[in-house]
Design a protein around this ligand. Structure first.
Ligand SMILES: [Ca+2]
Ligand SMILES: [Ca+2]
Length: 206
């Protein structure tokens, strides 16, 4: 107990000496008790004690206030936050040395319109995903609200369903053709439909 008090007094003396040296003022020969009082006064008035206005340490890492030479201090990031770096939310973290911000506690999150983390998609950001990549012929991948892909809009064409499905199908039996031999570079003749593709066997060569 007594040792602890002695140690704390020594620490406070050292702090007092360092302030004194840093500010170029006198008072180095004050006794321990005076230095303790001086230190407490320094703490109380926020760091600008009497005679120590210039060249005083402003970047006190750990006081929770971001000094001009600090990147951050505690929860003081000088107005910076996760959102400004493209994250959905969360909290920035400041290193104990006040010189580094880490983003590990920032939330990527579904809904920021950017595919990140382990999201399959986010809003219109599909990351280049297509129906063809999933084995379908046609259609459009969309994104579910929970950032998983939605393949409901993907489909394969069905020849014979009475619906012409371009660009895979040219035509359907029973559906009027939307082209003729001339459109396909022939000089005439009768265009037909075979297995949902144009049949030009009765077209007249140019
Ligand atoms: Ca996202
Ligand atoms: Ca069809």
């Amino acid at each position: 107990m007594k040792n602890a008090k002695i140690i704390s007094v020594i620490v406070l003396i050292l702090i007092g000496v360092s302030f004194t040296l840093g500010c170029g003022g006198g008072g180095g020969d004050k006794d321990a008790e005076a230095d303790v009082d001086e230190d407490e006064a320094f703490e109380d008035n926020g760091g600008e004690e009497n005679g120590c206005v210039e060249d005083c340490p402003e970047d006190i890492c750990g006081d929770g206030l971001k000094g001009p030479g600090e990147v951050c201090d505690g929860s003081d990031f000088g107005g910076d936050n996760c959102q400004k770096h493209g994250f959905l939310g969360g909290s920035l973290r400041c290193s104990t040395s006040c010189d580094t911000i880490t983003y590990s506690s920032c939330a990527y999150g579904c809904g920021n319109g950017r595919r990140d983390g382990d999201e399959e998609c986010d809003g219109s950001d599909l990351g280049g995903d297509t129906c063809v990549l999933h084995g379908f012929e046609l259609g459009r991948v969309t994104c579910n609200p929970d950032c998983t892909r939605n393949l409901e809009g993907c489909y394969d064409t069905v020849c014979g369903n009475g619906v012409v499905e371009p660009p895979i199908e040219d035509c359907e039996n029973g559906v009027p053709l939307d082209a003729n031999c001339e459109d396909l570079g022939f000089s005439g003749g009768q265009l037909a439909c075979l297995n949902c593709e144009y049949d030009t066997s009765d077209c007249i060569p140019p």
